[in-house]
Design a protein around this ligand. Structure first.
Ligand code: DGL
Length: 277
């Protein structure tokens, strides 16, 4: 039988740590290996081809580290690269391993949160322009009206530690006003970017209290637990020694300083160049 390995979790930077936190809470016995491509973040403003190339390199790296299963904990990479990786690359490079994203589990469950059947999606340019959320939600819940809003400043604000500052007030209020102007019946707002949970205090300040804020961590964790239940052939290949390792493509000390904000605990990261040339 193939050797056992950890669950790989990949993001363009720190954002995926908000998902990892929920995964570890839900599945505490498993081993995880987190990879943040901090040297090349953000992905949200890049072209399809670039996001696909970077994401594939990250996936190959995590396979080299022995991960039988990878969670792409980045909406932008899930929207732009995942389908190609699953359909085109996986059959060639690792047909017995799996790569899952965050969009599918979110769109499968989003319909259960809204009473008005009007929801809002906030994300990066890459995620919103891909229309992945519109297409997927329409498949599962065709009765729901979806409005989308690109929030181009939210990731830079969080990356620069400005999530509690006055700049955050300005941009959060601006984007919330826009989406509520587009559809005032919205009762559910999805944070379709793994960085955005850090802005929840500001979002709550400017959002009418009846509107639910949905962040993806718990949804993705619940969905992974179900997936492992349905796929014992993958589950039995996962290590369960509660080890959690962190890799970054940029400076490890900077990663450790910033990661706590997203992960809620201290990290000890190692630097990697993804074995690229
Ligand atoms: N964390 C990424 C996401 O969920 C956004 C950050 C980026 O632009 O790289 O979409």
């Amino acid at each position: 039988m193939a050797e056992k390995g950890p669950i790989g979790v990949f993001d363009s930077g720190y954002g995926g740590l908000t998902v990892l936190k929920s995964l570890v809470k839900k599945l505490p016995n498993y081993d995880f290996l987190y990879l943040g491509d901090n040297a090349r973040t953000p992905y949200g403003t890049r072209s399809f081809q670039t996001i696909y190339q970077y994401s594939l390199q990250a996936v190959k790296y995590l396979f080299d580290q022995g991960c039988p299963l990878i969670i792409v904990a980045c909406n932008t990479a899930s929207a732009k690269a995942l389908r190609n990786i699953q359909q085109k690359d996986l059959p060639k490079i690792a047909p017995d391993r799996r790569v899952l994203g965050v969009i599918r589990p979110t769109t499968e469950s989003i319909g259960h949160f809204t009473a008005s059947r009007h929801i809002g999606i906030l994300g990066t340019k890459g995620t919103i322009q891909s229309e992945s959320y519109l297409i997927e939600i329409n498949k599962f819940f065709p009765d729901i009206r979806v409005s989308q809003e690109i929030c181009p400043m939210w990731v830079p604000l969080v990356e620069n530690g400005e999530q509690d500052g006055a700049g955050a007030d300005y941009f959060v209020q601006k984007n919330l006003d826009q989406i509520l102007k587009a559809d005032h019946k919205i009762d559910t707002l999805l944070l379709a970017c793994t960085h955005y949970p850090l802005l929840i205090p500001k979002i709550k300040k400017y959002l009418p209290p009846h509107i639910k804020i949905i962040d993806q961590g718990k949804i993705v964790a619940d969905s992974l637990a179900e997936y492992l239940h349905r796929h014992p052939e993958i589950e039995k290949r996962l290590l369960k020694s509660r080890s959690i390792k962190f890799f970054t493509t940029d400076d490890e000390n900077t990663f450790n300083e910033k990661a706590t904000l997203f992960y809620g605990r201290k990290t000890i990261a190692e630097k990697t160049d993804l074995n690229i040339g």
